[in-house]
Design a protein around this ligand. Structure first.
Ligand code: MG
Length: 203
């Protein structure tokens, strides 16, 4: 399986990091080793002093396809979950300044947190999914799929021009504003509507 992440998919997040609004989806990959074994704490890696949380809606692909037309993209997924795209912001800034790829800042072990529960899309209004992230009991990020620049079907169609999508692939669809640093001892909880579906303890 592969993990494909969309960057800058919410205007206010692009702005908070001083980035322009993309005209087509911006994406990067994480290796499968970025997935945290279930229930394990997340250990802040020694190479960074500034690991940021980014909560994101995650689409799980459940049908293989390539060159998928946008109007058929809905047939390729049936569940939506939540993830945290942990990012070594200090390293990402270095990479961006040098025009280098971001993988070092984005693909390390544990950088792809994933909810234990995925929700059937027929139980959601895909154009109005509200989600949030709590850090130590306080809401730090709030998002809604209505504010995505590129919606699920557009993303799937676009990505499938470049990659064959396979069953089990995960697509992280971008983070809303409010990203910030984690420290040892933090607890992060992710919610779709008011349902807690993700929990990460930081060490
Ligand atoms: Mg992200």
């Amino acid at each position: 399986m592969k993990i494909i992440c969309i960057g800058r998919n919410y205007r206010n997040h692009a702005k908070e990091l001083g980035n322009t609004i993309p005209k087509e989806p911006l994406f990067f990959l994480k290796p499968d080793t970025a997935i945290q074994p279930k229930g394990h704490p997340f250990f802040i890696p020694a190479f960074s002093d500034n690991i940021h949380y980014e909560v994101e809606l995650v689409v799980k692909i459940d049908k293989a396809g390539k060159h998928i037309e946008e109007k058929f993209a809905h047939k390729y997924y049936s569940q939506i979950g939540l993830g945290i795209d942990f990012t070594a912001r200090d390293i990402q800034e270095e990479c961006k300044a040098k025009g280098l790829p971001w993988e070092k800042a984005k693909g390390f072990d544990g950088s792809a947190q994933i909810s234990k529960i995925f929700i059937d899309k027929f139980n959601l209004d895909l154009n109005n999914i509200s989600f949030s992230l709590e850090k130590n009991g306080e809401i730090v990020q709030k998002g809604n799929s209505a504010n995505m620049i590129f919606h699920f079907d557009t993303i799937i169609s676009y990505l499938s021009k470049f990659y064959s999508l396979k069953v089990g692939d995960l697509i992280y669809t971008g983070t809303p504003e409010g990203v910030g640093k984690v420290l040892p001892g933090d607890t992060l909880k992710g919610f779709i509507d008011d349902k807690e579906i993700l929990k990460v303890v930081v060490k």
